[in-house]
Structure formats: C-alpha cells, structure tokens
Design a protein around this ligand. Structure first.
Ligand SMILES: C[C@@H](O)C(=O)SC[C@H](NC(=O)CC[C@H](N)C(=O)O)C(=O)NCC(=O)O
Ligand SMILES: [Zn+2]
Length: 307
C-alpha cells in the first residue's frame, strides 16, 4: 500500500513569551485574523496540528500581539534553530540500518504508539538538544510511499565524499551521482538514495559541527518562499545564488552561518511554478508550509503553555 509522502520541518524556540502564542504569520493569511494552534484527530504525528479561527477568549489573547509586525518581530527575535525533519518510511529497521551503517548517524530514540498505529525513530549526529535530527515515521502496514520532486534532498557534510560513496556502494546503497565538483562550482558532492528513495547529497565539508546540514525543497516562487521563511519563521537569507547555466536559483535560509547550522535550501527551477499533485508535492509544500509554521509556533507554545 502506498500513500502520498509528506514531511514537516520543525524548529525549537527555547525562549518565548509566556503568553499563549497565536499563529499570526503568513500562514494565517489563509484565514482572517490570528489563529490558534491545537492538536486534533489522530494523524500520524500523534494528532495533526490544526490552525482554527480564535473564539472570543482567544481573540482577547490575540491582543497580546499588537499586530502582525509584533508577531513577526517575535519570530525574528527568538533564539531558535531547526529541530528536526519528519518524514515517512516503509520499513523502519531498514532505514535505521542504512542511516547508521552508511551515513554514520546514531539511533537516538524510538517510540511506538500502538493506539495510533505508528512508530517513530529519531536519528542524528548528536543529541537532539544540540543537533538537527531526522524523525522517521513508520505507519503500520504502509511499506511504500510516493517520493516525488518537490522534496529535493537532505545534505550530509563529511570529511571525504569519495570514501563515504565507496562505503555506501560496498554496503549495497544506491549511488546516483559519483563524487566530484558540483556543476558550476567547486564543492565536491555526491548523491545517494536511501531505501525509500529519499535523496542525500553528500557534501565535502570537513569538521562541520552540524553534519546533517541541509533540507532542499523545490519552490515555485523563490521570493515568496524567502519572504515566508523570513517573516513567519524568523529565518535569515544566508545566501542566494543564480545558476543561469543550469537554469536554477538557490537560496539558503536558516538561523545561523551555513557552515555551522542546518539550513533550508530553496531551489527555484526556471519556469517551474509548482510541483504537481501527482507526485504528492503540493501537499508537501503546503503541508510543510502550514505545519512548518504551526509546528514552529506550537513547539514554542507547548513548551510554555503549561508553565
Ligand atoms: C548547494 C548544494 O547543496 C546543492 O544542492 S547544488 C546541487 C545542484 N542543484 C541543482 O542543480 C538544483 C536544480 C536541479 N534542477 C534540481 O531541481 O535539483 C545539483 O544537483 N547539481 C548536480 C550536479 O551533478 O552537480
Ligand atoms: Zn544541497
């Protein structure tokens, strides 16, 4: 059984105002006025996060933010980082084996939620308190997902790309692009695929403190995407580079220098304004877009709502 793939990128914002946070971001532009976040239903992520119009009490709380500018200012002034990226896999042990034996990640924790019929596993290059990690979701009985083109790749920084590529090949991993300088640049990269077909760009960047260094998403309008991640998520545009020879522009967004922090790599391919439903990308973009800000604000809120 296959299902559309979707994923979200979550952030932590350890220090946030102690008032209930209302989602008042570019995402709320889809609904009049600020909206409140809540968990409901029993989606794969232990209840889907929903944004819903506020009732009178919530509207009163919304006064806590004088307006959109203040809400955006909050996003900008917060001390935050990219926390984890969550996506679905068809066989948890198969993926854990590949990520630990071929990509050098550690299994950080695993939790089974039988009542919701899914199991999560967190893997990364260090503790979740200080590193960007992956959160894998296995839904009982779903062994295959439709991986399409809106999601581009994860980036893993290593000391020696060629060596990692040979290790992956020796272990039966799928190398889709041999080690060598990136087209139009100098950085040595390679591409491999994990057992579900998610692409990993192996990037030669010795000594980085954050080996899981990129999530690449293809976007249909780069300026719109940059504005969202700046305004709604408080990210900074770290670098923008046009590659006319290869007809794409890339923008790196994040909360700190690219060589020390995980970043969102937004790729605009000339003339491609959306990544079709057929490959389940629209909801990944929309889902990632909404749940990105929802998870971002929810995470902050949930950390303080009960204190
Ligand atoms: C900055 C670094 O992390 C990159 O990922 S650049 C790699 C480069 N990207 C693209 O070409 C993006 C456009 C492409 N049409 C797409 O949608 O993925 C890349 O993949 N280069 C290929 C190579 O062989 O160098
Ligand atoms: Zn990349």
């Amino acid at each position: 059984m296959a299902a559309g793939r979707s994923g979200t990128v979550a952030c932590a914002a350890p220090a946030v105002p102690r008032r209930p946070l209302l989602l008042s971001t570019a995402a709320a532009a889809l609904q009049p006025g600020p909206v409140r976040l809540s968990r409901s239903g029993s989606g794969t992520a232990a209840g889907k996060l929903r944004a819903s119009p506020p009732d009178a009490a919530q509207a009163a709380t919304a006064a806590a933010f004088a307006g959109e500018e203040e809400a955006f200012a909050w996003a900008k002034n917060d001390n935050r980082r990219l926390l984890h990226v969550v996506y679905r896999v068809g066989d948890l042990d198969r993926t854990i084996k590949f990520y630990t034996e071929c990509l050098g990640m550690k299994l950080l924790r695993k939790r089974d939620i039988p009542e919701e019929k899914y199991t999560n596993a967190f893997l990364g290059y260090g503790s979740e308190d200080s590193h960007f990690v992956v959160e894998l979701t296995y839904n009982y009985g779903v062994d295959k997902y439709d991986v399409g083109a809106g999601f581009g790749h994860f980036g893993v920084a290593v000391d020696d790309v060629a060596k990692i590529v040979e290790l992956i090949r020796a272990k039966g991993g799928k190398v889709t692009r041999e080690a060598g300088p990136v087209k139009g640049g100098k950085t040595v990269i390679a591409f491999v695929e994990d057992p579900d077909g998610y692409k990993f760009e192996i990037i030669e960047r010795p000594g980085t403190p954050e080996p899981l260094c990129q999530v690449m998403l293809r976007v249909g309008d780069l300026d719109r995407a940059i504005s969202f991640y700046e305004k709604a998520c408080g990210m900074e545009l770290l670098r923008k580079r046009d590659n006319p020879e290869y007809k794409y522009t890339v923008a790196m967004m994040g909360y700190g220098p690219e060589d020390k922090n995980a970043v969102l790599e937004l790729t605009y391919n000339y003339g491609v304004t959306e990544y079709g439903k057929g490959n389940a990308y629209a909801q990944v973009k929309r889902h990632g877009w909404i749940s990105f800000s929802v998870v971002l604000v929810y995470w902050s809120w949930s950390q303080h709502a009960d204190t």
